[in-house]
Design a protein around this ligand. Sequence first.
Ligand code: CP
Ligand code: NVA
Length: 314
Amino acid sequence: MQVRHYLQFKDFTREEYDYLFGRARWIKDQFKRYIPHMPLHDRTLAMIFEKHSTRTRVSFEAGMLQMGGTVINLTSRDTQLSRGEPIEDVARVITRMVDVVMIRTYEQTIIEKFSEYSRVPVINGLTNEYHPCQILADILTYIEHRGSIQGKTVAWIGDSNNVCNTWLQAAEVLDFNVHVSTPPGYEVEPERAGLFSHAHYEEFPDPMDAAKGADLITTDVWTSMGQEAENEKRKKAFADWCVDADMMRAAQKDALFMHCLPAHRGEEVTAEVIDGPHSVVWDEAENRLHAQKALLEFLLMPRNQEAETSRKLF
Ligand code: CP
Ligand code: NVA
C-alpha cells in the first residue's frame, strides 16, 4: 500500500476531511469524558524540530501518549543533521525505526525530500510555505462553533505567510472564500501557495474592506520564524494591518476571531480583540491536540468502520 503523507492541506480530499473532522470530534468527546482511546499502543512518533514550538510540540507529544504510543523528540542540533548528514539518509534510517514522523523545518523542499525517502507517513508541523495541522484545527474549531465552513468568508489580515497559504488551499478543497489583505510587497504568491486557481480568494488593499461581512477574521505575526532580520522593516510596513475592534465590527455580527498563536498584542491584533468575545483562540489551540490525534489515527490505522457510518452525526 502506498504511504500517505500530510505535507500540505491539498494532500487530502474533501471527503477525507469530512471523515477527519468527525473523527476528531469523537476523539475529543472521549478525551473529555476520560475514556481511554489507545489504538497506537505499539507505535512510535519521531518529531524533528528545526524551529521553536509550544503548541505543535505539546499537542503531538500529548496526543501520541494519550493514544498509547511513544514519542521521540529530536532537534537538528541533537542529530547528525547539524553535522551535514544528508536528509535522504536521515529519512531512510529514522523511518526504519519509527511509524510516523512529524517535521518542523524551513523550506517545503526539505520535507518533500524527507518524505520521498521515508517508509512511513510524514506530517508537516510547519514549513516556510505551509502549516496544514494548524488549519486542520482551525476548521475543526469553526465547525464546532458555527457548523460547516462551506460557502463562508474568511478574512486574512496581514502577511501572506505559511498560515495564509494554507487557508487559501483549504478554501479550494473545502469550498469557501478568503478575503486577503496584505501590505504592498507582501501579496499572495499563488504558485508558492500551491493554488489551483484564483477562484476562492480576493485581494483587498484596505484591510477594512477585506473584513466587511466576513464570518471569520484571522491573522498571524508580522514576522515569521526565520525572518527575524526583517522585523523592523515589517513593523513599519504592517502597522495598519492590526485586527482591532473596528475591523471586527465590519465583519458579521457573530464573526469569530482566530490566531494560530503565538500572538503579539498591539501588533497584528489588539488585546481587546484577542481577549474579547469574538475570539476562539484557546479552543483553536486546544483543537491542535484533537485534530492531530485524528490525523495520526488516520495515517496509521485503517478507517474506523463505525465512524464511517456515524460521521453524518457531526
Ligand atoms: N501555532 C503553532 O504552531 O504554535 P507553535 O509554534 O507554538 O507550535
Ligand atoms: N507564521 C508563523 C506561524 C507560527 C506558528 C511562523 O512561521 O513563525
